[in-house]
Design a protein around this ligand. Sequence first.
Ligand SMILES: Nc1ncnc2c1ncn2[C@@H]1O[C@H](COP(=O)(O)OP(=O)(O)OP(=O)(O)O)[C@@H](O)[C@H]1O
Ligand SMILES: O=c1[nH]c(=O)c2[nH+]cn([C@@H]3O[C@H](COP(=O)(O)O)[C@@H](O)[C@H]3O)c2[nH]1
Ligand SMILES: NC(=O)CC[C@H](N)C(=O)O
Ligand SMILES: [Mg+2]
Length: 525
Amino acid sequence: MAADEQVSNMFDTILVLDFGSQYSHLITRRLREFNIYAEMLPCTQKISELGWTPKGVILSGGPYSVYAEDAPHVDHAIFDLNVPILGICYGMQELAWINGKQVGRGDKREYGPSTLNVLDDANPLFKGMNNSTVWMSHGDKLHGLPTGYKTIATSDNSPFCGVVHETKPIYGIQFHPEVTHSTQGKTLLKNFAVDLCHAKQNWTMENFIDTEINRIRKLVGPTAEVIGAVSGGVDSTVASKLMTEAIGERFHAILVDNGVLRLNEAANVKKTLVEGLGINLNVVDASEEFLTKLKGVTDPEKKRKIIGNTFIHVFEREAEKIKPKDGKDIEFLLQGTLYPDVIESISFKGPSQTIKTHHNVGGLLENMKLKLIEPLRELFKDEVRHLGELLGIPHDLVWRHPFPGPGIAIRVLGEVTKEQVEIARKADNIYIEEIKQAGLYNQISQAFACLLPVKSVGVMGDQRTYDQVIALRAIETTDFMTADWFPFEHSFLKKVAARIVNEVDGVARVTYDITSKPPATVEWE
Ligand SMILES: Nc1ncnc2c1ncn2[C@@H]1O[C@H](COP(=O)(O)OP(=O)(O)OP(=O)(O)O)[C@@H](O)[C@H]1O
Ligand SMILES: O=c1[nH]c(=O)c2[nH+]cn([C@@H]3O[C@H](COP(=O)(O)O)[C@@H](O)[C@H]3O)c2[nH]1
Ligand SMILES: NC(=O)CC[C@H](N)C(=O)O
Ligand SMILES: [Mg+2]
């Protein structure tokens, strides 16, 4: 992406350098909550390669000890930017390490709340902060003042809880203002970004729409055409609507009916997107192809792989058929990548274990040699939803529960057949219908029905039945990394169970999943 097309060049931006803290992304999140654009990059980012000038820099916390041999360190060029700098926890220890190395193991580790004692009331960073509860999470501490700094706040266990450079706007704080347990933490971040960095508070979705449409138009040019895979989920729909606003019919959306979508999904999505939103969408029915390839497969990861590969194959085949009006080939591919996906791939972390391969259509890029357009790359999910509402996308679609790419194939445990998909689909439809009717849909983050590959004995109309089991799942979560099950009223579960057993042939029993994540995951496969 050319430098002048970056959002960070269009809005005043605070640069957050990530040293691997679990809370780093929250710093970005909080700043955006008061309409200041912030971008997170790994702590190893070379400032000369940045391509834009931040209004201020925040150094995050991190799990390392600055004095350890393999500890990460910041590019000293941040000090030549002559913008305000704020070091949080590890970030402050890093500032101290650079200026006199006065950091070591503390005699007491400190996790949890503490009270901030502000020494200098006139200091703009701590405006409105005195005596507030601040949240600590550290084992190391400053053993003395960094050279050229003075103390501006203390706490019971941290004599250097807040420090500032004698002549420059460089600050260090031992606590974490980004977590909600720091009651005035947001005030501190605002004091830093607005009063010290003078960043404009103009990061609003209204402004973003115009900026983004212009950026897309400039990027694509007057004639080139764009394709995109669109599922009818929130992300791809919002991205497609934005593309449509920018280039109209030159954007070609493709929905692949993989045979494991929800009940009537392809038809419903087509209606909403084409008739409701004017999106140039083509639905490709490849259900037989997918189901044939899934025959006999029971392993969840194998299912994902087959679906992912078949998806790429179908998508490429369909893309071939599109002939742009300018006689050239399609040049661009739209993807609904969100900021959390970006953070995941850039943040400063060691390797983690693969539990499931979620990014089932990730193979498109390498194979297709198309240029990527990712209009939601800078946005968090709630920002995408807000954007969707502003673009006139129906409320129900904007607030839809996420639906995985491999769909019902990972909700039919064991072999996926047309008959099994049909059972899971009908049960799921009844369940969601009842959830909506009870007014619970928006309180739940995700709900669905799974078909278990076990048979159980029942009795219906005096006859013995020997049929399968549906497991219902409903969870509450903010980030899908951890989740808890939703506490339905018993009467609700009773009603749903009765309806499913009565209305769906092949089901003899219904159970409700009461496992949190961890130790379980959201999906059963
Ligand atoms: N059946 C499908 N047809 C076309 N594209 C699909 C299909 N399923 C998934 N995709 C593509 O895969 C991407 C990732 O899917 P994912 O479910 O993470 O996002 P989404 O469907 O847009 O939104 P949500 O997370 O709300 O479901 C989608 O944005 C879309 O580009
Ligand atoms: O696009 C997707 N492809 C997948 O293969 C996949 N597996 C899980 N999910 C979704 O991810 C979230 C967390 O799910 P898990 O706790 O089961 O890992 C939940 O929202 C799941 O629905 C997927 N999404
Ligand atoms: N939260 C942090 O940034 C911790 C910094 C450092 N690892 C410590 O234990 O003090
Ligand atoms: Mg989806």
